[in-house]
Ligand binder design. Sequence first.
Ligand SMILES: NC(=O)c1ccc[n+]([C@@H]2O[C@H](COP(=O)([O-])OP(=O)(O)OC[C@H]3O[C@@H](n4cnc5c(N)ncnc54)[C@H](OP(=O)(O)O)[C@@H]3O)[C@@H](O)[C@H]2O)c1
Length: 429
Amino acid sequence: MTMQVGVGLLGAGTVGGALIHRLIFESEAVAAKTGLELVVKGVAVRDKDKDRGIDIPAHLLTDRPFEVVDNPDVGIVVEVMGGLDPAGELVKRALESGKAVVTANKELMAARGRELLEVAEAAGVSLLFEAAVGGGIPIIRPLSESLAGERITSVVGIVNGTTNYILTRMVEEGAPYEEVLAEAQRLGYAEADPVADVGGGDAASKAAILASLAFGTWVDGDRVFREGIEDLRLVDIDFARRLGYTPKLLAIAEDSEEGIAVRVHPALVPLDHPLASVRGATNAVFVSGPSIGELLFTGPGAGGEPTATALLGDVIMSARERLAGTQVRSRIRFASGCLRDPAGVTAKWFLRLTVADRPGVLARIAAVFGRHQVSIKSVWQEGRGDVATLLLVTHESPEQNLSASVAGLSALDVVSEVATVLRVHSDEP
Ligand SMILES: NC(=O)c1ccc[n+]([C@@H]2O[C@H](COP(=O)([O-])OP(=O)(O)OC[C@H]3O[C@@H](n4cnc5c(N)ncnc54)[C@H](OP(=O)(O)O)[C@@H]3O)[C@@H](O)[C@H]2O)c1
């Protein structure tokens, strides 16, 4: 016997379209596996006449999204329209009126997740967001449920497929950033406005969500330190490779005695590190804790079909809860906590300098680092006549010490340019 649950969708784009296709045309497979008949009761879009490549019955379509939320036949609202407004108010209204909500909207969850989860709790319904991070990779439920008993110490990964695709092509083909970005936009891998991806904002939203779930302390997306990949140049990629590194845009969340630090930035990853081999649009997330050691979650981080699988899993979970009449499975509790000042967070650093090629230069440079307690791990130099390119990798040191060193180096007459400063990610001390 199958049990019927009404589903309303807010959005029928890349992700919503893939989900609707599964709900309408593959409903038998879902019913056979779950005993649930998930019935689409309404679909909100901006333009009802747009060709979507799928046959959505006309009577289901509306350009008034509140109609879907207020439809009494809808028990589960799937928000896949994106953005903060009107998505936030629609989700809130759905929850307040006792409907379960499933969303893929990382921007909304990072900005208003805590508030909306509280609304859900007060209403006794669930707000699920597996699809908001990692596309088709199950990472939200493992963090919030399977690993609820673990004291997670860090979550580190590649969570933005667009930037990983761009970096992969820059590294493997030696193609310049602007050229790869333009092609990614042409192929639909990057948005027409790529700022959220290349500037690190999308990854920062995901890092905030992962950190909140991992550490039980709510982290607002806009408080996550972020640097994008826009300034990465082929010359640095080439030099980094000679030293045994490749660039990745990393999301890093750490919980230590000093507090919680959450950041997104490009980092040079050793070529033998597992994250170095994560290519193209694939995502990969390491979760570490004292009892589990290290877990790796990897797979397709975006795309309509993988993301629809994550959404469908949440819809099925919500439907089961509704039919069982149970209150939401596990409750996620969040403390309020302070994030560490990024200036105090330590990293290893890679620097590329243009310096005078004469005796004594290296000693003066080393003295500047020494004055600011930054210890040099390795040095590599290539002469070019009167000047030389100097590559340095430091041991762990706080950002503020590194910044002071850079200021000191820039003031030296033998240093004509501190061309590049990048963090180095490695598990070694
Ligand atoms: N694309 C991915 O691979 C991916 C992966 C994971 C998560 N997500 C998240 O999933 C969400 C949707 O992404 P997407 O790529 O599917 O976006 P999309 O292709 O742009 O689709 C958005 C849909 O929402 C509709 N819509 C937008 N604003 C609306 C409004 N005010 N009223 C009614 N309908 C509205 C659009 O209608 P029209 O079609 O008429 O314009 C469209 O159908 C976002 O939060 C995104 O971050 C996406």
